[in-house]
Design a protein around this ligand. Structure first.
Ligand code: HEM
Length: 335
């Protein structure tokens, strides 16, 4: 992180949806792209490069998961032995692969967002408008990857249902997309958590493109809650992912990956790009003392989260189930 002075408040011009950044200082040279209007269509067009990378990552993860299932080294088979026939459940494994790329893209886009709204780092040397566009395209791709993850899960349910096709389609839809529709095992909690992440991600991300209708300030306040989407996604993964079902380095690694997010969130809160979001040293310096206390509480809560993450990673006590003996016939209820 640099010691640059905080960026001034955005100029009124940044209130219109242009390629220019909300974080460009007034008076700073306008980027050549500044007059181009940002629309959902233009961002969707710009999304293909990182979308393509996401698909390649998903394909690589799918191959890895498939080989592990075939070789019977995957914990998915320990949890659900009926899945040992890799070919019979390839859509499920593809859904898992999309889940991992969705989580990785969510991680990346949250990092980019925090870099934009906190102090600008010295590295990577990338202009604010580019960083902002990358944040938007990775967000759009995250939503698409989550959708693909859910759709392949639903498609596998549909494929294995022996009822008439229309009834099977209805059941698969309800179990995949309707909160409370999935009625057994850990999925009763884990699936609604994933659905909540998806259903919040869509408005909190896409309202950007119509923010001029209800005010950019309202948009900014709403968009802050996107961190909840990320927390729900990680929670859903650690609760339900069969590849992180048991104790081990991979599960602990997922916890470890949350440390940079928490650290950047803290830096962003302590040194926000917008002056108006700074926490004054004394409560009397703000309009409301309650607001000041809440903002201080938020910063202390993030410090608490960081301490908890370090404890989890160092102790290895990360909520994973104990690894079963080799000859297990599953006693774990995943469903
Ligand atoms: C409609 C919403 C969602 C549904 C129906 C859903 C469904 C599922 C199911 C059934 C599993 C268990 C797969 C296994 O056996 O490992 C799972 C795991 C997982 N989900 Fe989701 N999910 C949803 C949302 C999300 C979101 C929002 C994310 C992240 C951005 C996500 C990321 C993951 C990951 C990384 C796993 C672990 C896969 C593994 O262990 O290989 N899911 N999800």
């Amino acid at each position: 992180m640099t010691n640059q002075p905080p960026a001034p408040e955005p100029a009124a011009a940044a209130e219109t949806p242009t390629e220019s950044t909300e974080f460009t200082a007034p008076g700073a040279p306008r980027p050549r792209t500044a007059s181009r209007r940002v629309t959902l269509r233009s961002d969707l067009r710009a999304s293909w490069p990182d979308g393509l990378v996401a698909l390649l990552v998903t394909a690589a993860v799918f191959v890895l998961l498939y080989v592990r299932i075939r070789d019977k080294t995957s914990s998915t088979v320990s949890v659900m032995p009926f899945m040992a026939d890799a070919g019979g459940f390839w859509m499920y494994f593809l859904s898992q692969a999309f889940g991992w790329s969705a989580l990785l893209w969510a991680w990346g886009t949250v990092i980019l967002g925090l870099l934009l709204s906190g102090p600008r780092p010295r590295w990577p040397r990338i202009s604010a408008p580019r960083l902002e566009r990358l944040h938007r395209t990775t967000s759009l791709n995250t939503i698409a990857l989550i959708l693909a993850h859910a759709l392949f899960f639903g498609a596998e349910l549909f494929r294995h249902d022996t009822a008439a096709w229309n009834s099977a389609l209805g059941t698969a839809f309800v179990e995949t997309f309707v909160p409370g529709g999935y009625g057994s095992g850990t999925g009763q909690i884990a699936i609604p958590i994933g659905q909540a992440a998806l259903y919040l991600a869509v408005p909190l991300g896409l309202l950007f493109y119509v923010r001029h209708r209800f005010g950019p300030k309202t948009w900014r306040v709403l968009h802050r809650f996107v961190i909840v989407v990320y927390v729900l996604s990680v929670w859903h993964t650690l609760l339900y992912g069969t590849n992180v079902w048991y104790d081990g380095w991979f599960r602990t690694g997922i916890w470890l990956l949350q440390l940079p997010i928490a650290a950047l969130l803290l830096v962003r809160l302590l040194r926000p790009a917008r002056r108006s979001e700074k926490l004054p040293a004394r409560p009397g310096a703000t309009a409301s003392r309650t607001g000041w206390a809440l903002r201080l509480g938020g910063r202390l809560a993030v410090v608490g989260v960081m301490v908890a993450l370090v404890v989890v990673v160092v102790s290895g006590n990360d909520g994973g189930r104990s690894v079963p003996p080799d000859d297990t016939s599953s006693t774990h209820n995943h469903d």
